[in-house]
Every structure is written in structure tokens, then in C-alpha cells.
Design a protein around this ligand. Structure first.
Ligand SMILES: [Zn+2]
Length: 567
């Protein structure tokens, strides 16, 4: 693998190409859309400048930036005029690591967190039932009988009374118990004669011996096994709901980290049907998806909304559950170092299998051992593919990345730059984990955790994301966490390991141009002449408001490839 790759280097301050804004005599066709009377950060340079009042867009691309009077002259009667009324436009925000389909699934489940009674849980489920196709399974999650009055497990008959023959399955907040309707129990073949499975329990009425509808641990699998897999129509609906939510929070794009072939097909249908409201850079979900996928990566021109860029693999688990693989013992659990999802050799073979077919890889790695193995696997797997095929563009242009990159051995930061591996990080993971990460890692090792500045100092790009629905969908939480390293209520004062805070412009670059470069499309994420016209408009200025006010900003307008997709 070549020691240096241009796409990984941060773009040098490049002057916005001088725009020919000569009044009159201009032979160019009129703009399709112009934005006037605002503050527009074009990010021709990495500090956000030039900052202008107005923008002209034609055929999905930026054609001019300048003052309002000059830009108005590029319009004619057929041009759509958007008066920003003092609002602020920045390059459209992209989430470089997220899960639209998981979000869509969660939106099709009743959210039962915070319910005060079983009746309230039924009420919320009923509200959802009206939006789903008749007779389909109703699912929900988040109830906790300890919060209810009385604090007792509910009964299937409450669900039967509300939903009749419709199967209902509502999971407890921790997922270790479920509440099934009689129809759901019947579908799973559970009755008074069904024995408790090993590792699980079917709660029963002490008088009759009939199941109450509450299933504990392994008994849950009896019902889960019979819940139908989502149909193509379900996936289409879940994608549409998730994409609409993402766009409403100001996103113009998402790097979708791990899709099944059925989910990829749903993305392709939405793209072909013109219903995809944002850009999606998709990564296949692991070896099974790659093996079953017949084709090559799909990297169309910059105006296309859908790309198939790579394959998502896992090196290790997560830090919170002590599944992240560490080089030395967990500081709060001696003798335990987490675990690798697959061996070093296996991961290397999987990387090679992807690169052989022209795919980039995105490897989930959280612990320092996980990151070490991911770096090795990318180096060796890519090297082996290169040795087999030679320096063909499909291989030399691969953009390998590591996802999360949370804990890195300080001796290995330099390998990212040497190997050309992109660190893809999520600022809100840092601020969610910082209360307990020092316990897991100890005072020395924690210095290499969430160490954004280590990468920026090595002139690497740092694409940023949220990992939604694990974290909030709104990129404002990520921008806020990136510049403060504080929780939304401002803790700790001054920020956690504040030396790693990003500047406002760096945080925006992480969600714009660096996300674009990580996807291999330098025309995404800046508003220079010729760039794709992806724009997020806020009622306030995300480059200058006080950090706490970032979370209060409202999304006014979202433009994707020159088309207004929100509101
Ligand atoms: Zn993820």
C-alpha cells in the first residue's frame, strides 16, 4: 500500500475559484435556485471562508457565490429565489457513520420508555398500530414494570383486549423480558404444556398454569423466532421514515455502516424511484453480504445519491460492556482484556476478499488491541490483494477506514498516516463514554482515548458521525460534543481532555468535506463553484454561536444536489 495518499491529506487552503459575476452580457443560462440575504460559509478554505451573502445553483451544482445583488443577476423569471432572511447556510452536513435501517426499525416500534402504567404502554402501542399495515406484528420496547403502578408484570389479556388477534410483542427496557399477546404466543406454539427452555422462563398463572404472556431471557427466542422478517415493503417504509427524520435534522447524507442485500435493494429502489431525500454511501454488512453480493462497488459521478463503497467488518466489541479488545487488562477488571470478534488471520483474509473485488473496508475497532489488529489486517490484506492484482486503480483507490478508533496505543497513531487509513470517529460516543472510560482504561491508557487531535496533528482527515440510532440523529449534538467535549448540560467544566477539542471549522469539516473525502467525492461538503449544491440552513450561525446554543439551532432548509428536501 503506498505510503502516502492524496485524498487523506487535508486540503490545503485553496482559493475559491474566482467567479465571473459580470453584470450583463453573460451567456450562461440562468440559475435554477438562488439563496440571498444570508451568511453563507463556502468552505473554499478550511476556516470556512470565503463567507458570502448569496449562492447560485444550476443543475445541482454551485455556479456562483457572492453578494446578494450580484447573485440576483444570475436569476430570471424561472429561477426559484430563497430569501435566507439573515439565516446561515453551511455545506450540507453528512453523518459519516450511521444506521438508517436500524433507525427505521426503531421508528416502527412503540417507544415504551417512561410509561407509568401497563395501560399507558398499551395506549402508545395503539397509536403506532394505526400507522402500520393491518394485521402486522406490533413491536415495542422500553417498559419497566418497576416504574408502574402497581409495579407488577403485565398480562397478555390487556394486549388481547386492545388488539384482538393481532400479534403483539413488547420488550422490557433491558431486552431480557418480553410481553406477548395471546396471538403472539399462539404463533410461537407456546401454551400451558410448553416446558421452560434452558436459560429461560415462561411465566404462568399459578391457578390455571396458562402462560401470562411474560417471557424471560431464552423463552423470548420462542417468539422472536416466528416474527416475520421485514418484507421489501417494510424496508421501503422504514428507509423512508428514517431518511425523512435524518433530513429534518439537517443531514444531506449518511454513510450507512453495514447493509444486508435486502436493505441495499431498498436503497436502490428509493434511488431509482427518485424518493431518496439524501445521499447514502453504503457499506455491505460483513462477509455474508459480500459473499452473496454478485457485483462490484458502485461509484457513480458526484451528482448520484447512492454509492456502494465498501464492506463493514468488526475487529472487536464495545468498551462499555468490556468487549473492546485491549492490549493489557481492563483497569476495572483484572485478568480481562475483552475479545476479538475474529482472529487476526481471519480479519486479514476478509479484508483481502473485499479489496480483491475493489471494495474499501470500514473496520469497527474500539480497543487498542482491536485497532492494532485492524491496522495490521488492512495493511496485510490490502498488501496481499495488491500483490495478486498489481497496481490497478480499483485497488490503489480503495479508501480504508477504521470506525470508532476509540482507544489507540500512542505508538500506533503514526500508522494511520503511514498506511493511509482514515479514522472515522463519533464525538458523542466520547461524551457518552467519558464518565466511565477512565475506570475501564486507567490514567495512562486513557490519554490515547478519543484522541482527535492526534489525527489532526498528523494532517489526517477526521470524518465525524453519530452512530445513530445509538446516539441522537441530529448532527448538532456531534458538533457540540466535538467543540466542547462536554455533556449537553455542560459537564465537566472546561471539557474532558480539552486539548482534543476541535475548532468550530474542524467540527463542521468532519461532518462535511472530510465525510465527502472519506467517500471519495471531493465535490461534496464544500460550496465552491463546481461543487455539488448540498446545503444546510440554520436559523442561527453554527460557526459563531455560544457552544450551548448549538443545541438550540433550528434547521430551516436542507438542499441536496440543488433540490430542497426539507421542509
Ligand atoms: Zn455503528
Amino acid at each position: 500500500m503506498p505510503p502516502e495518499k492524496n485524498y487523506l491529506r487535508r486540503r490545503r487552503n485553496s482559493l475559491l475559484p474566482l467567479l465571473a459575476l459580470m453584470a450583463g452580457g453573460c451567456a450562461d443560462p440562468p440559475a435554477d435556485l438562488v439563496l440571498v440575504n444570508g451568511t453563507v460559509y463556502t468552505f473554499g478554505s478550511d476556516d470556512g471562508s470565503p463567507v458570502v451573502e448569496a449562492l447560485a445553483i444550476r443543475d445541482g451544482a454551485v455556479v456562483a457565490a457572492g453578494d446578494s445583488a450580484a447573485i440576483r443577476r444570475l436569476a430570471d423569471a424561472g429561477t426559484r429565489m430563497l430569501d435566507l432572511e439573515g439565516a446561515t447556510a453551511i455545506p450540507g452536513l453528512s453523518d459519516a457513520h450511521a444506521h438508517l435501517f436500524n433507525l427505521g426499525r426503531s421508528l416502527s416500534w412503540a417507544d415504551l420508555r417512561g410509561t407509568r402504567s401497563a395501560a399507558e404502554a398499551v395506549e402508545r402501542t395503539a397509536a403506532l398500530a394505526a400507522e402500520l399495515p393491518d394485521g402486522s406484528w406490533l413491536r415495542g420496547r422500553g417498559w419497566d414494570q418497576n416504574d408502574w403502578d402497581p409495579p407488577a408484570y403485565p398480562d397478555r389479556r390487556l394486549l388481547d383486549a386492545a388488539f384482538g388477534d393481532r400479534p403483539v410483542y413488547l420488550e422490557r427496557i433491558d431486552g431480557h423480558a418480553g410481553w406477548a399477546s395471546s396471538a403472539a404466543l399462539a404463533a410461537a406454539g407456546i401454551d400451558a404444556d410448553t416446558p421452560d427452555p434452558e436459560g429461560g422462563e415462561i411465566l404462568r398463572d399459578p391457578q390455571t398454569g396458562e402462560p401470562t404472556g411474560i417471557l424471560i431471557d431464552a423463552a423470548e427466542n420462542l417468539v422472536r423466532a416466528v416474527i416475520p422478517k421485514p418484507t421489501a415493503t417494510d424496508l421501503d417504509r422504514q428507509l423512508a421514515a428514517a431518511a425523512a427524520k435524518a433530513v429534518s435534522h439537517g443531514l444531506v447524507g449518511v454513510h450507512e455502516m453495514g447493509v444486508t442485500l435486502e436493505e441495499l435493494a431498498a436503497l436502490q429502489r428509493a434511488d431509482a424511484g427518485g424518493t431518496l431525500p439524501l445521499r447514502v454511501v453504503a457499506y455491505l454488512g460483513g462477509a455474508p453480504a459480500l459473499e452473496n453480493y454478485q457485483g462490484s462497488p458502485v461509484r457513480p459521478d458526484a451528482e448520484s445519491l447512492l454509492r456502494l463503497e465498501g464492506v463493514k467488518y468488526y475487529a472487536d466489541g464495545a468498551l462499555g460492556s468490556r468487549g473492546a479488545a485491549l492490549k493489557a487488562d481492563y483497569s476495572d477488571r483484572p485478568g480481562h482484556r475483552g475479545l476479538l470478534i475474529q482472529s487476526h488471520a481471519e480479519l486479514t483474509l476478509r479484508v483481502k476478499a473485499a479489496v480483491d473485488r475493489g471494495f474499501s473496508v470500514a473496520v469497527h475497532a474500539i480497543g487498542d488491541e482491536g485497532n492494532h489488529v485492524a491496522l495490521d489486517a488492512i495493511q496485510q490484506g490490502h498488501g496481499a490483494a495488491l500483490a495478486d492484482h498489481g497496481e490497478v486503480p480499483a485497488i490503489t483507490e480503495a479508501r480504508h477506514r477504521i470506525e470508532h478508533v476509540q482507544v489507540v496505543d500512542p505508538a500506533e497513531f503514526g500508522r494511520f498516516a503511514e498506511l493511509g487509513v482514515i479514522p472515522s470517529m463519533q464525538p458523542t460516543h466520547c461524551t457518552s463514554d467519558m464518565p466511565w472510560a477512565p475506570d475501564r482504561l486507567g490514567p495512562e491508557r486513557v490519554k490515547g482515548a478519543y484522541a482527535w487531535r492526534e489525527f489532526l496533528d498528523r494532517n489526517l482527515i477526521l470524518p465525524l458521525g453519530s452512530d445513530f440510532p445509538v446516539e441522537q440523529v441530529s448532527p448538532l449534538f456531534g458538533l457540540y460534543a466535538a467543540v466542547t467535549r462536554q455533556t449537553p448540560d455542560g459537564q465537566p467544566p472546561g471539557g474532558w481532555s480539552p486539548e482534543h477539542r476541535l475548532t468550530r471549522a474542524e467540527a463542521v469539516l468532519g461532518f462535511t468535506a472530510w465525510a465527502g473525502e472519506a467517500a471519495g467525492v471531493p465535490q461534496w461538503g464544500r460550496l465552491r463553484s463546481g461543487d455539488r449544491a448540498d446545503v444546510t440552513v440554520f436559523d442561527g450561525d453554527p460557526m459563531t454561536v455560544a457552544p450551548a446554543e448549538l443545541l438550540e439551532l433550528d434547521v430551516r432548509t436542507v438542499i441536496v444536489d440543488g433540490r430542497i428536501t426539507f421542509p
